[in-house]
Design a protein around this ligand. Structure first.
Ligand code: IMP
Ligand code: MG
Length: 173
């Protein structure tokens, strides 16, 4: 594979920011026994790094959502293809997402999880990509903010490719 791409976030910058987010979450949730809900597949690397930087043990679960076809734009037609397996009623829940773009995916998941009456529901995302946001969804912990561009690496894929790069790149066309 030799797609043209430009480095956006280095390994060191990711690691430093993940430690900072984990420190904040540790402070806010240490006594709350939260469940972290990762959105597959994109968030699996971020979630794995994040939980190992927390200073207390947490329960994790995953959901899988699909809104993308093979291209680079969300269809808006979000579906759950794998639901939670742990009950979240009366639990503190933190959704862990790789990147928020238009906002459909998180909005849909927040509504879906709210139906189970968690005690609280917050969002931690690695990247807030602002330009195309159409749904106003609250982001409580944000790693990096970028304006636009299609990003790959550190869990983010383009048609299932480039997900395992350890840094985040922008695809150039
Ligand atoms: P939204 O519904 O448009 O906010 O889409 C969010 C989802 O689209 C994320 O969970 C990602 O899986 C995917 N996505 C959005 N932007 C990018 C990107 O730049 N690179 C890779 N995946 C992306
Ligand atoms: Mg995702």
């Amino acid at each position: 594979m030799n797609e043209a791409k430009r480095l956006i976030i280095s390994r060191d910058d990711i690691a430093r920011r993940v430690r900072e987010l984990a420190a904040q979450i540790s402070k806010d949730y240490r006594a709350k026994d939260p469940i972290l809900v990762g959105i597959l597949k994109g968030a699996f690397i971020f979630l794995a790094d994040l939980v190992r930087e927390l200073d207390f043990p947490v329960e994790i679960d995953f959901v899988r959502l699909r809104s993308y076809g093979p291209g680079t734009t969300s269809s808006g037609d979000v579906r759950i293809t794998k639901d939670l397996e742990v009950p979240i009623k009366d639990r503190h829940v933190i959704i862990v997402e790789d990147i928020v773009d238009i906002g459909y995916t998180l909005h849909y998941l927040r509504e879906h999880l709210s139906l189970q009456h968690p005690l609280s529901l917050k969002v931690c995302c690695l990247i807030d990509k602002k330009e195309r946001r159409a749904v106003n969804v609250p982001l409580d912990y944000v790693g990096f903010t970028i304006e636009k561009g299609f990003l790959v690496g550190y869990g983010l894929d383009c048609g299932e490719k480039l997900r395992t790069l350890p840094e985040v790149y922008e695809l150039l066309d």
